[in-house]
Design a protein around this ligand. Structure first.
Ligand code: PXP
Length: 249
C-alpha cells in the first residue's frame, strides 16, 4: 500500500514546562518553544493538561491557543473539568488519554471498549464544537472498533511498549509489538479512522512506525526536548523530520 499522504509531526512541548516547574521559575516558556518548533517544521503542537498540572498549566493552554500559527492538539483526561476547558479554547484537536490506572488497558492506552457510552456522550459536544477527537489506545482491535463506534475521528496508537522493548534489546517481542501496531493501523484505517501514533519515539524507533502507510501523524515530545539539550530544539526537530521523511520514502 502507498502512503496515504504526508506524515505530520506534532511536537509535544510538555517537558519544557517540566523544566520550568522544577524551579517554579517563569522560564523556559512553552509558547516560545512551540513557536521555535513551528519554524523548525512542526505541523502541530501537542500539550497535555494534566489534572495535577505537573507540567502544562491553564495559562500555557491559553497562551498556545492565542499564539500559535499551527494547530494545537490538546491531550486531556475525559473529565468534566477538561471538557469545559476544551470547549472554552476549541483547539483543533482533542486527544483523550488515560490518567488513572483504572482507565487503562493492558497496552497502557485508554480503555474505550469498557467505557463506550460515557465516552460517546463525552465527545459529542467536542465534535459539535469542531474539535477533531482522538482516542489514545493500544492496538487491541476491540479498542479500535469501540473508538470507531463512538464516533471518534482519530485513533492515536500507543507506541510506548514498542519503544521500551527496543531500548531493552528485546527485539523479538519488539517486532511482535510492531506487527500488532501495523495491523492496528490497517484496521483503524479500514473503519474510517485517521491513524496517528506516539509515545516514547526516538531517532532509533521512529522509522518503522513512520513507514506504516496509514499513519498520518506522529506526536513526539520527551525525546525531542531531551535531545534539544545537546543539539538545540530546532536541530532536534529537523533531524526527526528528516528520519520520518526517509522512512516514508
Ligand atoms: N501521544 C500521547 C497521546 C501522549 O500522551 C504523549 C505523552 O504526553 C505523547 C504522544 C508523546 O510522548 P513522548 O513525550 O514520550 O514523545
Amino acid at each position: 500500500m502507498k502512503a496515504l499522504g504526508r506524515l505530520r509531526l506534532g511536537v509535544n512541548i510538555d517537558h519544557v514546562a517540566t523544566v520550568r516547574n522544577a524551579r517554579g521559575s517563569a522560564y523556559p516558556d512553552p509558547l516560545r518553544a512551540a513557536l521555535m518548533a513551528e519554524e523548525a517544521g512542526a505541523d502541530g503542537i501537542t500539550a497535555h493538561l494534566r489534572e495535577d498540572r505537573r507540567h502544562i498549566s491553564d495559562r500555557d493552554i491559553e497562551a498556545l491557543s492565542q499564539g500559535l500559527g499551527i494547530p494545537l492538539n490538546l491531550e486531556m483526561a475525559a473529565t468534566a473539568e477538561m471538557q469545559a476547558i476544551a470547549l472554552r479554547h476549541r483547539p483543533h484537536a482533542v486527544c483523550l488519554v488515560p490518567e488513572k490506572r483504572e482507565e487503562r488497558t493492558t497496552e497502557g492506552g485508554l480503555d474505550v471498549a469498557s467505557d463506550q457510552n460515557r465516552l460517546a456522550d463525552f465527545i459529542a459536544p467536542l465534535r459539535e464544537a469542531g474539535c477533531r477527537v482522538s482516542m489514545f489506545i493500544g492496538h487491541d482491535p476491540r479498542q479500535i472498533e469501540a473508538s470507531a463506534r463512538i464516533g471518534a475521528a482519530v485513533v492515536e496508537l500507543h507506541t510506548g511498549a514498542y519503544c521500551d522493548l527496543h531500548h531493552e534489546g528485546r527485539f523479538a517481542e519488539r517486532d511482535q509489538e510492531l506487527a500488532g501496531l501495523r495491523a492496528g493501523a490497517a484496521l483503524a484505517h479500514s473503519l474510517g479512522l485517521e491513524v496517528h501514533a506516539g509515545h516514547g519515539l526516538t531517532y532509533d524507533t521512529v522509522g518503522p512506525v513512520a513507514a506504516f502507510p496509514e499513519v498520518m501523524e506522529l506526536n513526539i515530545g520527551h525525546f525531542l526536548i531531551a535531545e534539544a539539550i545537546f543539539r538545540g530544539l530546532s536541530a532536534s526537530i529537523v533531524e526527526m523530520r528528516r528520519l520520518m521523511d526517509a522512512a516514508r520514502a
